[in-house]
Design a protein around this ligand. Structure first.
Ligand SMILES: NC(=O)CCC(=O)C(=O)O
Length: 282
């Protein structure tokens, strides 16, 4: 009884959804870079640089990279390839390249993710750079990929990595963006919190495995988009390296939400999503 009344009073204080702001660009091209990775970090950085330049040359104002694009995806590699992002410069050649290109090309970059070293900890971290080349946000993967499917795949990210502690939402030239990294997409509450905080776009750089991934990677993206009212696939590709360019038009969001007004029809008297970070800062 005591715990149920505590929950009820917390919910009663739950802040209302935040409307989406109007960003400088509401209509723009997005470029998604799917890259293969080698064991040579310098080559990986050069390769990502070329892909970003290529996407920007095709008109993309927002360019995305995949998860762990500067290093092989293994617990043995993470400590070796990790960079001190906060120190910047020579301590983080991967993010130095992202910063340089976002400024030179006047684009926003959601820089996939790289292994980050911070003190004696390692994180799987996505950096977002604005058109001025400044680091606007850093998302540390919140849900680490720890799975053990006998005979198929065992991968325990938490053997080397520490989980991030905060959802990440960032205002950019191309809208308010909520960030997750790969496995984070399997947790719908995170996406719903971003939508409630007025996100236009959710970006999940990924590197799915071939056991649990193929059945779900598109389904999960459509599910998170549908939960929050979109869900149409605008562009896609197969397994090879590719740069996908697609048009984003935010006016469609308003139209879809007007046509199917589920946000207004939610039964807040029966259930609610609690955004603890917002609740605690309120
Ligand atoms: N890198 C990851 O988080 C892998 C997630 C994955 O493969 C999945 O099925 O989920």
């Amino acid at each position: 009884m005591a715990s149920s009344s505590l929950i009820n009073s917390e919910l009663a204080r739950s802040p209302p959804a935040i409307p989406m702001p109007t960003p400088p660009l509401t209509n723009f091209k997005i470029g998604l870079c799917q890259l293969s990775v080698t064991s040579d970090k310098t080559k990986n950085i050069a390769h990502a640089r070329t892909a970003i330049q290529n996407a920007a040359a095709q008109g993309a104002k927002l360019v995305l990279l995949p998860e762990i694009w500067n290093s092989p995806y293994s617990n043995a590699s993470f400590p070796v390839y990790a960079e001190d992002i906060d120190a910047g410069g020579d301590a983080s050649p991967s993010t130095a390249m992202l910063s340089e290109l976002s400024r030179l090309l006047n684009i926003t970059i959601v820089g996939g993710s790289i292994p980050e070293r911070s003190g004696d900890r390692l994180y799987n971290t996505c950096c977002v750079f604005g058109t001025d080349g400044k680091l606007k946000a850093k998302h540390r993967k919140i849900h680490l990929f720890d799975i053990d499917i006998p005979g198929k795949i065992t991968f325990i990210e938490s053997e080397t990595l520490t989980a991030g502690e905060t959802p990440t939402i960032v205002d950019t030239e191309v809208g308010r963006i909520g960030i997750g990294i790969c496995y984070d997409i399997r947790f719908p509450e995170l996406a719903m919190i971003y939508a409630a905080r007025g996100a236009h776009l959710l970006c999940y750089p990924g590197a799915f495995n071939m056991t649990t991934g193929p059945l779900h990677w598109e389904l999960l993206q459509r599910a998170r988009a549908t939960d929050n009212q979109f869900g149409e696939v605008l562009a896609t590709t197969e397994h090879e390296e590719a740069i996908i360019i697609a048009e984003i038009d935010y006016s469609i969001l308003e139209q879809r939400r007007t046509n199917l007004p589920v946000t207004k029809q939610r039964r807040g008297d029966l259930y609610q999503l609690v955004d603890l970070q917002r609740l605690n800062s309120h």
